[in-house]
Design a protein. Sequence first.
Length: 406
Amino acid sequence: MQAEIIPVGTEILLGNIIDTDSSFLASQLPLLGIDLHFISTVGDNQKRLVDTLKQAWKRADLIITTGGLGPTQDDITREAIGELVGEKPTVDDKLWQELQDLLRRYLEEIPKSNMKQATIIPSAQIIPNRMGTAPGWWVEKGDHIIMALPGPPDEMKLMWQEGILPKLKQRLTGEIILSRIIKTFRLAEAKVDELVADISKLSNPTLATYIKPDGVYLRITAKAEERTEAQRLVAQSEEQIRDVLSSFIWGVDNDTLDSAIGEMLRTRNLSLATMESCTDGLLCSTIASGLESCNYFKGGLLACSDEVKTVCGVDVSIIERYGKESTEVTRAMAESVRRNLKTDVGMGVGGNMDPDRNSGIAFVCLSSDAFEQNFTHRLRGNLSRMKQRAVYAALFDLRRILLEEA
């Protein structure tokens, strides 16, 4: 089966919102053995949407639309699908009553425009929406399946899990497609590609590399008639990649850097505290977002000014001698936050960033009874990216030290 995703909404084309729906669906379809060849975004224009649907009809067995199911005039997905299959949407009295019962829980007066969400064409099956007011559609016409899913990601994902997956699984047979993502850091994409060149030549599994803020990812994708065979192919490639890149791999699939660092601290029974100046609290926020972070992270201090640094325990003479952003001051930040918050490890992050030149420098210092380490990182990019890279660099510094001290 071949699929095409059609995200609907002028707000996507204008960049007002990011289309995360397509990313989610693209990750789900291979698990069912469905090939996705096109994602075609179209604005809130019925003629253009119908034209896009007709094009998808020619090249895909499964067409999935997201968005355009609301009650306003620019929500035109239902009408476009009806035009495509030659059927006119009409109000379903039972569905309209159910929708009114739902809306009365939240609204004193129900707008007549909401009736639009209770329209249906004869060949459409309604897919319930437990999180919103817009039901989805499942339309079968000839050898095609057309799904209309809501745009809000939470609604779409729940509808996919509860209403779509069971129906698809009943109909699908054939190849299984499995993927595995290997996450690396401290190597350029070109270097990673060079190191895994021999593995990349394979036709099954295939291997692709791409850059993310927290490193270079490698995606292994295998096809097979049986799930066990696909799993074997993926595992075989993963083993080959680990033989080449083992020291640079920090996680797989849904692993996040904060969770990986948290697990290391937790298994070693270590506590952490941070003091940062140039990263505007991003370091603290990233670490604290890890699962069960309260078990290993005591807290972070944001010290943008010299006054705050001295109040937090940094000796003013160090700042006067070396400048407010330096290795020596950052070391004092790490030591003082460890001392004041009584943790096993203290981390200090400081630096200077020049958004006009898109360049900067970050100082990272780690302090504990067992070690004291200082690192300097050159940064490039806009201000937001440099801050993010400084945080990831600091966390990878901590990871490396924890591995060495194990």
